[in-house]
Ligand binder design. Structure first.
Ligand code: AP5
Length: 196
C-alpha cells in the first residue's frame, strides 16, 4: 500500500511535464515515471519493445494501450513506487485511465491530484524546435510536433474534464521560468492539501 503522494502530470507536448516531473519527484521523494523516457530508453537499447515502438514514436503516434498499460503496471509494482509516484505522460487515453484505476484499486491507494500544465501552441512548438536543434530528438521535427499536438488534443485533452469531475485537477500556467512554474505547482498542490 502507498502512503506518499500519488500524482499525475498532464499537458501538451513541450508543456514542461518532464522538466517539472524531475523537480516534483525530488520534492515529494517519489519516483518520476515517464512512459516517454521508458520507451526512448528501449529504442536506444534496441530492445524488442524498442524495435516495436520506434516507428510509432517517430511518427508522433501513441504506442498501443496494451503495451503501454503493461509497462506502467509493472513499473508501479517496483518497490520504489510503493510509497507514491509521479506519472509523467500516462494515462493518455480512456483505456489507460481505466487500467490505472484498476491497478491503483488493486495495489495502491487513489491519486492525490492531477496537475495540468498549460502552455500555448506557439510556445511549445518553439521550445521543441529549440530542443530539436540541441538534442535531435527524432519526434521533434515541426511536422511531427504539430501531429503530436493534434494527437494530444484528440485523445488526451478530453481526459482533463474527467479528472476535474473527480475533483483531482489542479491547473497551472506553464509559461515563464522553470523555477517559477515549479513554485506554482507546489503552491497549487499545497492549496489542495498535497504538501511536499
Ligand atoms: P513524451 O516523451 O512524453 O513526449 P511528449 O508528451 O510529447 O512531451 P515532451 O517530452 O515533448 O514534453 P514535456 O511536456 O515533457 O516537456 P519537457 O519538460 O520535455 O512521449 C513521447 C512519445 O512516447 C509519444 O509521442 C508516444 O509515441 C509515446 N508515449 C509516451 N507516453 C505514452 C502513453 N501514455 N501512451 C501512448 N504512447 C505514449 O520540455 C520540453 C522542452 O521545453 C525542453 O527542451 C525543456 O528544457 C523546455 N522547457 C521546459 N520548461 C520550460 C520553461 N518553463 N521555459 C522554457 N523552456 C522550457
Amino acid at each position: 500500500m502507498t502512503s506518499g503522494a500519488r500524482l499525475l502530470l498532464i499537458g501538451p507536448p513541450g508543456a514542461g511535464k518532464g522538466t517539472q516531473a524531475a523537480r516534483l519527484a525530488s520534492a515529494f521523494g517519489v519516483p518520476a515515471i515517464s512512459t516517454g523516457d521508458i520507451f526512448r530508453a528501449n529504442v536506444a537499447n534496441q530492445t524488442e519493445l524498442g524495435v516495436k515502438v520506434k516507428a510509432i514514436m517517430d511518427a508522433g503516434e501513441y504506442v498501443p494501450d496494451d503495451i503501454t498499460n503493461a509497462i506502467v503496471a509493472d513499473r508501479l509494482r517496483e518497490s520504489d513506487a510503493s510509497n507514491g509516484f509521479l506519472l509523467d505522460g500516462y494515462p493518455r487515453t480512456p483505456e489507460q485511465v481505466a487500467e490505472l484505476d484498476r491497478v491503483l484499486a488493486a495495489e495502491h491507494e487513489p491519486l492525490n491530484a492531477v496537475v495540468q500544465i498549460e502552455a500555448d501552441t506557439d510556445e511549445v512548438v518553439s521550445r521543441l524546435l529549440k530542443r530539436a536543434a540541441e538534442q535531435g530528438r527524432a519526434d521533434d521535427t515541426e511536422e511531427v510536433i504539430r501531429h503530436r499536438m493534434s494527437v494530444y488534443a484528440a485523445q488526451t485533452a478530453p481526459l482533463i474534464d474527467l479528472f476535474a469531475q473527480r475533483g483531482l485537477l489542479v491547473t497551472v500556467d506553464g509559461l515563464g521560468a522553470v523555477d517559477d512554474v515549479t513554485e506554482r505547482i507546489l503552491s497549487a498542490l499545497a492549496g489542495v492539501g498535497v504538501v511536499a
